[in-house]
Design a protein around this ligand. Sequence first.
Ligand SMILES: [Zn+2]
Length: 396
Amino acid sequence: MHRRDLLRLLIAGFALPVSAATQAAQRITGLRSWYEDDRLRVVLDLSGPVEYRTFELVSPPRLVIDLTNTHLDAVLPAPPMPDGPLRSIRSGLRGADTRLVFDMNDPVRMNAFALGPDEGKGHRLVLDFQPFTAALAGKAANPTPPTRSGQRDIVVVIDAGHGGKDPGAVGLKGEKEKAVALAIARLLAKKVNSQPGFKAHLVRNGDIFVPLRKRVEVAHRRNADLFISIHADAAPRRTASGASVYALSQGGATSTMARWLAERENHVDLLGSERLLSLKDKDPMLAKVILDMSMTATITTSLDLGKDVLDSLQGVAGVHQKRVEQAGFAVLKSPDIPSVLVETGFISNPGDCRRLIEPRHQEKVAGAIFEGLHRHFQARPPQGTLLARMNESQSA
Ligand SMILES: [Zn+2]
């Protein structure tokens, strides 16, 4: 078939005609998914070529793919990013056919195409989910629903560093930073959610790659009061040990270590600078002034909060630096959301590494981070939150 005709068929979502030889029963042997910039890619590994048909349903938005004479022989993965466009994947049997349903949070466009065996991989069906740009822009403000008392929760977006194809730093015996970060992030989310007046959202809740820009987007979508990124990087020197906390710097990094870490973290991908959509129509000079002012205020709050977290960490992990350091980490570049990056220890240090992979120590570290941020918000609760209300009624 001509390539252009094939493309037209795929876009129209019609059944793809295949030769009689491919009508034999096939199996879906695996499902993989990851994000690449704005696009979510889901790959179905297949035992052979299959016939398929895609269509979409609205309210709630779903994308459906029917695979003819195909049996699902794999576990459906949890959505790679709970706050991403894909909410869940379901499957159903229709006679000898398998139907996969992708429940979406946002309207997206799906492009499906088949790949034959290549480079050690077998038959595959690739599904690319691309957000509608207009839909994304309209989705920017998603206010936190007020609690029963009419006061909203303090929203903490927790970002486990690295993931998927990016393992982060690796310890002497192959311990992976991405696993340590995820374990501590999950424990921290649990603690935050168990505190009345607080709500946590995890950027990733699995071993998947999420571009840095996407991580910051989750914080904006959730109207976060705090974005906190969890890491356990390697240090240039093996002897370096203990926890450290970073806030963004507008100028240079406060130490060589700060610069070194930021450069390594950022090389994964780079963040587009402007985040405030409301600045779009403003005079560019004015927009820059507003952005700078907002950024300065946000950094001040981040430093303040970071100090509370660092003080709490001192007791459980030791600290590498007694002050909050500053560097140009891409994930901290929200002009309006206080953001900190916590290095829970150095995976390159044998002592730190041994502790970091221990569940009991991870629990202590998560507890200390929570204690620090709780202390900060207790002293300075954001307006309109349940915590602010409780403070008012106490002092009234
Ligand atoms: Zn890291």
